[in-house]
Write a protein that binds this ligand. Structure first.
Ligand SMILES: NC(=O)c1ccc[n+]([C@@H]2O[C@H](COP(=O)([O-])OP(=O)(O)OC[C@H]3O[C@@H](n4cnc5c(N)ncnc54)[C@H](OP(=O)(O)O)[C@@H]3O)[C@@H](O)[C@H]2O)c1
Length: 244
């Protein structure tokens, strides 16, 4: 049965691969981001009926997006809360500008909270739904070069999702996280220096770096009925690099 699936931040990167993977399953996928041109490219490429632009740090824009999806496709059964990222380098905690800290928490933790706030009530009312949030392997590691605002925001997402799993489970809604290690998106292909890659590969028991499809396949599984007994987990998609 075709479900309505929203993948936030699917105008590029992991989100675009995830949107493509759900479309392959026959779901009605909504492509989302802020860059209208990039949204349209992915939408046309995967044969989706709907692309929507909304800044997820603004609850009003999320509510408008939800109403538009419900009007055009019907209620959303699966949300992959993928939008986010990190724009700040690692460094001493006290040296981080306040605005930068707030902006990273906003684009990751607050954006995920606002997405849940908009989509959860309908799922609970209908007694059916699955939410998969994308956190990060960064949330586990408190090493000195940790990008602290990003890691703290992702750890916050994992906590919020566990609480949602407890609160929404009795209403038939599941909530899980995927925590990826470095994934070779277009952005990382561009930004990671070539000569650093062999060293990164060495840190993974499975001797390669992750691909957007590695995360996409995990998201499709967690959102499926095959995973109907799985809720409140953080699934490491990390080539074994986080095993301690
Ligand atoms: N790549 C990795 O190595 C890696 C590892 C662990 C976790 N992650 C997590 O996986 C997710 C996807 O990462 P990625 O590397 O694929 O990122 P990406 O290529 O930079 O894409 C980020 C997506 O999120 C959207 N987005 C960001 N802020 C937004 C906002 N305020 N409102 C609406 N949309 C917003 C972007 O939309 P526009 O571009 O259209 O504005 C874009 O579609 C992120 O949560 C990231 O933290 C990534």
């Amino acid at each position: 049965m075709s479900r309505v699936v929203l993948v936030t931040g699917s105008s590029r990167g992991i989100g675009a691969a995830t949107a493509r993977a759900f479309a392959r399953e026959g779901d009605a996928v909504v492509v989302h981001g802020r860059d209208v041109g990039a949204i349209e490219n992915v939408r046309a490429d995967i044969g989706s009926k709907l692309g929507v632009a909304a800044d997820l740090t603004d609850f009003h824009q999320i509510e408008e997006m939800r109403h538009r999806i419900e009007d055009e496709l019907g209620p959303v059964e699966v949300v992959v809360a993928n939008a986010g990222g990190n724009t700040t380098p690692p460094g001493d905690v006290e040296a981080m500008p306040v605005d930068e800290f707030r902006s990273i928490v906003d684009m990751n933790l607050t954006a995920t909270f606002l997405t849940l706030k908009s989509f959860l009530p309908g799922m609970k009312e209908r007694g059916r739904g699955s939410i998969v949030a994308i956190s990060s392997a960064a949330s586990r590691r408190a090493h000195v070069r940790n990008p602290v605002a990003y890691a703290a925001a992702k750890a916050g997402i994992e906590h919020v999702m566990k609480v949602v799993a407890l609160q929404a489970g009795p209403s038939g809604v599941r909530a899980n996280c995927i925590a990826p290690e470095t994934i070779m998106t277009e952005g990382n292909e561009r930004d990671i220096p070539r000569d650093f890659i062999p060293k990164m590969i060495e840190m993974h028991p499975i001797r390669r770096l992750g691909t957007p499809d590695d995360v996409a396949r995990a998201a499709v599984f967690l959102a499926s009925d095959e995973a109907s007994w799985i809720t409140g987990v953080v699934l490491d998609v990390a080539g074994g690099s986080v095993v301690v």
